[in-house]
Design a binder for this molecule. Structure first.
Ligand code: KIV
Ligand code: ZN
Length: 501
């Protein structure tokens, strides 16, 4: 059975989604989870594009073991050198270089001839090969390129040392039969193609990215480029979870498998949602809230008797266990640390102490603590940022027929400050008080609240997005009291904004 490599580009193409930009710590957190998920390659960024991307590639390379770490680079000398600078100390590394090949891009974007594009591509693949063994080349906008020219450039870059050739459907224009034929043609016509892996990189403008990638696998592709939750430029990229689960569920058709540890899918999806603030729609295949929740009475009844009647994937295969009771009020530090280890978190002693303290506070408020609660608690610890503002006290007076009033005490640069605000609801009142204490000029762009586990004592998780002078930041907060969770999320975002400034 063939192994299809999974090349994850959540941290590069995924991050190009509007509003999904991540800081270095957030990227490292996602990369650690991608390693647990078992992806073969992590495209950690585009080294030359920003100091943040450069730093993220370096840090991920030094802290995350397992996958090959890759940087994107245009077919330009300065890009390739910058990618090398970011990658040089990393044991398993790849440079991914690209040049457009379609007439439309060459004419309007690059204003160069196809011959010149071929020459530059070959030279840059050679340059990249002088630094690293593992070089990938992408003829951008391949699906709108002349097929003979495409085959010619692929043959030339493979001769120059590219060991992966990636065929991007950059504008998400292709349809499955056509894309499958394209891969087959490349497979049949490019003389030296057996020296390289054919990869595919499909965008989802027509909603066909997964279908196109799967059809490519049936026609000889050995690598899929994809992102968690399908995030990415415009309508997004091929979704990792959907393509991996299609390959697994229909192994009878594809006769291929991946190295993905599918039980980590749900956790990866939730983490990317939390970090990017981009929620998946409830009916999203594989990871949507409704994907495993038959609603009609007949379906529910039959599924209880025999799961396979309506369930083609067992929920536990993607890590969707029935929320398991894990810890309670009497659990000790050791049990807490052990459970964290099982969930894949290693904290420093200080982080562990602070997380344990918060766990104990939570256990006082909430009888049963589930994995999801621990993850919410821990994500605040792992993604900690310097705190200019911290919440000391929050007192709300509200009721029907009464204007809600919030009295807030914040520690601001070690000084305690208190004020009172009134608003349309308790959250509005709390936010007005916080805004007045911090003198923020930011505006609230997005506010979302959801319950993490079932029950009225569940942790509420709040995600906010703030904007100031064109800068966007996201903040999270979790608490059994959603007003407190809301205040924490707002303060978290304000701290991030201060760091950004
Ligand atoms: O969509 C695209 O063509 C890309 C390339 C850089 C591979 O993202
Ligand atoms: Zn892309």
């Amino acid at each position: 059975m063939r192994v299809i490599k999974i090349f994850d580009t959540t941290l590069r193409d995924g991050e190009q989604s509007p509003g999904a930009s991540m800081n270095v710590e957030e990227k490292v957190q996602v990369a650690r989870q991608l390693a647990r998920l078992g992806v073969d390659i992590i495209e950690a960024g585009f080294a030359i594009s920003s100091p943040g991307d450069f730093e993220a590639i370096k840090t991920i390379g030094s802290e995350v073991e397992g996958p090959v770490i890759c940087s994107l680079a245009r077919a330009k000398e300065k890009d390739i050198r910058r990618a090398w600078e970011a990658l040089q100390d990393i044991p398993k590394k790849r440079i991914h270089t690209f040049h457009s090949t379609s007439d439309i891009h060459l004419k309007y974007q690059f204003r160069i001839s196809p011959e010149e594009a071929l020459k530059r591509s070959v030279e840059m693949v050679k340059l990249a090969r002088s630094f690293v063994e593992d070089v990938e080349f992408s003829p951008m906008d391949a699906t709108r390129s002349d097929i003979s020219y495409l085959c010619e450039i692929i043959e030339a870059v493979v001769d120059a040392g590219a060991s992966t050739v990636n065929i991007p459907d950059t504008v998400g224009y292709s349809i499955p039969s056509e894309f499958g034929n394209l891969i087959k043609t490349i497979h049949d016509r490019v003389k030296n193609i057996e020296k390289a892996v054919i990869s595919v990189h499909c965008h989802n403008d027509l909603g066909l990215a997964v279908a196109n990638s799967l059809e490519a696998v049936r026609n000889g592709a050995g690598q899929i480029e994809c992102t968690i939750n399908g995030i990415g430029e415009r309508a997004g990229n091929c979704s990792l979870e959907e393509s991996v689960m299609a390959l697994r569920t229909r192994r009878d058709i594809f006769d291929a498998h991946t190295n993905i540890n599918t039980e980590e899918i749900m956790r990866s999806s939730r983490l990317v949602t939390k970090i990017t603030g981009m929620s998946v729609q409830p009916n999203k295949a594989t990871v949507g809230d409704n994907a495993f929740a038959p609603e009609t009475g007949t379906q529910q009844e039959v599924v209880l008797k025999e799961k396979s009647t309506y369930e083609i994937i067992r929920p536990e295969i993607i890590g969707l266990h029935k929320t398991k009771l894990v810890l309670g009020k009497h659990s000790g530090r050791h049990a807490f640390k052990t459970r964290l280890g099982e969930l894949g978190y290693t904290l420093t002693d200080d982080e562990l102490n602070s997380a344990f303290e918060r766990f104990k506070r939570l256990a006082d408020q909430k009888k049963d603590i589930y994995d999801e609660d621990i993850e919410a608690l821990i994500s605040e610890e792992v993604a900690k940022i310097p705190e200019v503002y911290s919440l000391v006290d929050l007192y709300i007076v509200t009721g029907t027929g009464q204007k809600p009033t919030a009295t807030i005490t914040l520690k601001i640069n070690e000084e305690l400050k208190e004020t009172t605000g009134q608003g349309d609801g308790p959250v509005d009142a709390a936010y007005k008080a916080i805004a007045s204490l911090t003198n923020t000029k930011s505006s609230l762009h997005k506010y979302e609240v959801k319950g993490i586990t079932g029950g009225t004592d569940a942790l509420g998780e709040v995600m906010v997005s703030l904007e100031e002078g064109g800068r966007f930041v996201r903040g999270h907060g979790a608490d059994t009291d959603i007003i407190v969770a809301s205040a924490k999320a707002y303060i978290h975002a304000l701290n991030k904004l201060t760091v950004k400034k």
